[in-house]
Ligand binder design. Structure first.
Ligand SMILES: Nc1nc2c(ncn2[C@@H]2O[C@H](COP(=O)(O)OP(=O)(O)OP(=O)(O)O)[C@@H](O)[C@H]2O)c(=O)[nH]1
Ligand SMILES: [Mg+2]
Length: 316
């Protein structure tokens, strides 16, 4: 998973480590900079490596402004700082890189399971995103996971637009054993989700998972409709679902959706297919909200809780 980005970060660590080693070598000879076993790096020392790193990040689907933020964070940590020269210069670089990645990713972190446990019931969760990213499949995965954790779940078939959408989610609901609320094709999705919340309240259900039709972020009418859905039954969480393979496109879409309905968190699907790994960093950064889960396949169990520390660990 994320092998390309991993490879590139490894190369960065190596070249910048060599730069530091060289500088330490010169310092040792001159007996100046390193009197207290410290060295000071300046921008010139890092310029080439940081330039290479920026390109590597861009090639790994990290969006341009996000790559810049990462480079700035590394500069702040490394340049001008008095670095104790320990045994391993690689550690200095790795720490700087880890901190930079974590700082651009972990804005308003929250834990999904804790949120569900503590929120007043029923919790209303709306899933949104462009066409075919895996919203409906992800709802099925989450429904199955919540049920396993002892919660009662209602699914709202808020995709009244695409032919066969209700039948698709109905099949999942039957298989998992959760209640589905549906209206006829072409109905108002806001009304379906409203009904699902009424049902969940009356029946003391814990969580409503609301599916919505895939929509392009450029389609003003459909984006307005999404705004309406969220006004009629204000969700506790709006989850943006996109596919890791979409890379930079996913980042742009996340930004647009977030402007229409503030996103609480994202789920990246199809991580099992070729994924360069950078989209998770970028989406978290542009929305200022955490990535909550990764979709890793088509089965209900193919859902992995996302943790920024874990993700960064994967990269080293
Ligand atoms: N390999 C893989 N396939 C996935 C994953 N998540 C979803 N899919 C597949 O992606 C396809 C589209 O999934 P849906 O859940 O229908 O996507 P959607 O966003 O609801 O689509 P629309 O409702 O048409 O916008 C299906 O074939 C899913 O099986 C995943 O994590 N990995
Ligand atoms: Mg769907």
């Amino acid at each position: 998973m994320f092998n390309k980005l991993k490879e590139k970060l490894g190369a960065f660590k190596k070249t910048i480590g060599e730069t530091i080693d060289q500088k330490v070598g010169i310092g040792e000879k001159a007996k100046t900079l390193v009197l207290e076993r410290e060295l000071i790096l300046d921008e010139g020392d890092l310029e080439k490596s940081l330039g290479d790193l920026e390109i590597a990040l861009l090639e790994s689907d990290v969006a341009f402004p996000v790559a810049e933020s990462i480079i700035d964070a590394i500069k702040q940590e490394l340049i001008g700082a008095h670095k104790k020269i320990g045994a391993n210069t690689g550690d200095i670089v790795e720490t700087a890189l880890r901190n930079a990645l974590l700082s651009v990713m972990s804005k308003e972190m929250f834990d999904f399971d804790e949120f569900i446990a503590n929120a007043p019931k029923p919790v209303n969760i709306v899933f949104t995103g462009v066409n075919g990213t895996g919203k409906t499949t992800t709802i099925a995965k989450i429904a199955s996971r919540l049920k396993e954790n002892g919660y009662s779940v209602v699914v709202a078939s808020g995709d009244t637009f695409r032919a066969g959408a209700t039948e698709q989610i109905e099949k999942h609901a039957e298989r998992i054993g959760v209640k589905l609320i549906k209206h006829q094709h072409g109905g108002d999705p806001a009304a379906v989700i409203y009904d699902a919340m009424q049902h969940a309240t009356a029946q003391h259900r814990d969580v409503v998972l609301a599916d919505t039709a895939g929509r392009m972020h450029t389609n003003i009418n459909l984006m307005d409709q999404l705004g309406k859905i969220c006004r009629v039954t204000p969700p506790d969480l709006v989850i943006f679902v996109d596919e890791a393979v979409a890379g930079n496109d996913a980042v742009e879409r996340a930004r647009e959706f977030n402007e229409t309905v503030p996103i609480s968190g994202s789920i990246l699907t199809k991580v099992d297919m070729d994924s360069r790994g950078g989209a998770a960093i970028s989406i978290a950064h542009v929305t200022g909200k955490p990535v909550l889960f990764l979709g890793t396949g088509q089965k209900y169990g193919d859902l992995m809780k996302f943790d920024a520390e874990w993700y960064v660990d994967q990269l080293f």
